[in-house]
Design a protein around this ligand. Structure first.
Ligand code: G1P
Length: 297
C-alpha cells in the first residue's frame, strides 16, 4: 500500500453545546478566529499536507458549512465590479473544486469512531487523515504536514501527541509508550479518557491522525467504549494488537483547544498577535489592560 495520503475526514457533526447560544443557529466550525472560521484553519492545514479530497461528516443544521465552501457568485460579481482584488483573493481560498469535497451525514451521535466510519465508502482502501477542527495548531510547518513527512518513514498509524498536565489526562486519549524516539514514539497501548490513576502516561492524543483503512474495519465489529460511544482511540488501539504499527508524533507548534471557551479566547489572541495588520493594536491593548488590572489590585 502506498504511503501517499490524499484524503482527509473532518468530523463536524457535533452539536457544539458548549458554545450555546451561539451554536443555536451557527455551526461551531463556522465560528471565527480573527476573521476565518475554525474549519478554514483545518482545511488550510490539510491542503498544505497534500490533501486533495475533503470529506465532511456532518449532521442536521450544518448547511452553512456547505455554503461556505461553495462559490458565492453574487458576492464575487460585486467585488469584481468594485475592483476589490484583495478580497476576491481572500474568497478564493474558501472555494473548493467540484468533486474535491464530499459530505456524509452521521444521523446519530454515536462517537468519533462512528463519525469516521460514516466516511468509509468514500475512503476506500488507502491511508487517510482525520482532522478535528476544534484542535487548532499554530505552527511554522503545519502539523499534518509534519506528520505526513514522519509517516513516510513509519507507515502504519500515526496520531499527533502532546504532553498535557497530569490532572488533564482524563479529557484525552492517552498513549502507553513502548519506545520513545523523540519526535516519534511507538505505542503499546491507548486508552480513551482514562481515570487519573489509570492513565499510562501524560502523552495525550491531539486531533490529527493518519490511519490505515484497517481502522475502519475495526470499527465494524467494535463495542462502545468510554462515554458509551464508539471511540476512534479503541479502533486504533486494536491495530497495536493486530499489527504493532501505531505511533505518536510530538508535533512542533502551539495547540489551542477551541472546543472550550477559554481555549477559543486564547487562540483568538494568539492568532490576532500573529497578524501583522493587527499585532500592534492588540499588543498595546493587552498591555494596557494588564497594567490597569495590576494597578487596581
Ligand atoms: C477526541 C478524542 C481524544 C483526543 C481529543 C483531542 O476527544 O476522542 O482521544 O485526545 O479529541 O482533542 P473529544 O475532545 O472529542 O472528547
Amino acid at each position: 500500500m502506498s504511503n501517499k495520503v490524499t484524503k482527509a475526514v473532518f468530523p463536524v457533526a457535533g452539536l457544539g453545546t458548549r458554545f450555546l447560544p451561539a451554536t443555536k443557529s451557527v455551526p461551531k466550525e463556522i465560528m471565527t478566529l480573527v476573521d476565518r472560521p475554525l474549519i478554514q484553519y483545518a482545511i488550510d492545514e490539510a491542503r498544505a499536507a497534500g490533501i486533495e479530497e475533503f470529506i465532511f461528516v456532518t449532521s442536521r443544521g450544518k448547511s452553512a458549512l456547505e455554503d461556505y465552501f461553495d462559490r458565492a457568485p453574487e458576492l464575487e460579481a460585486n467585488l469584481k465590479a468594485k475592483n476589490k482584488t484583495d478580497l476576491m483573493k481572500v474568497l478564493d481560498s474558501t472555494n473548493m473544486d467540484s468533486g474535491a469535497i464530499a459530505y456524509v451525514r452521521q444521523n446519530q451521535a454515536l462517537g468519533l469512531g462512528h463519525a469516521v466510519w460514516c466516511a468509509r465508502r468514500l475512503l476506500g482502501n488507502e491511508p487517510f487523515a482525520v482532522l478535528l477542527p476544534d484542535d487548532v495548531i499554530q505552527a511554522d510547518k503545519p502539523c499534518l504536514q509534519q506528520m505526513v513527512e514522519a509517516y513516510q518513514e513509519t507507515g502504519g498509524n500515526m496520531v499527533a501527541a502532546m504532553e498535557v498536565p497530569q490532572d488533564r489526562v482524563s479529557s484525552y486519549g492517552v498513549l502507553d509508550l513502548k519506545e520513545d524516539m523523540g519526535n516519534i514514539v511507538s505505542v503499546k497501548g491507548m486508552v480513551e479518557k482514562p481515570k487519573l490513576e489509570d492513565a499510562p502516561s501524560n502523552l495525550a492524543v491531539i486531533g490529527r491522525y493518519i490511519l490505515s483503512p484497517k481502522v475502519l474495519q475495526n470499527i465494524d465489529n467494535m463495542e462502545t467504549g468510554a462515554g458509551g460511544e464508539l471511540q476512534l482511540t479503541d479502533a486504533i488501539a486494536k491495530e497495536i494488537t493486530d499489527s504493532d504499527n501505531v505511533y505518536g508524533y510530538r508535533f512542533k507548534g502551539e495547540r489551542y483547544d477551541c472546543g472550550s471557551k477559554s481555549g477559543f479566547l486564547q487562540a483568538t489572541v494568539a492568532f490576532g498577535l500573529a497578524r501583522p495588520d493587527l499585532r500592534d493594536d492588540l499588543e498595546h491593548y493587552l498591555e494596557d489592560v494588564m497594567a490597569a488590572r495590576k494597578a487596581a489590585q
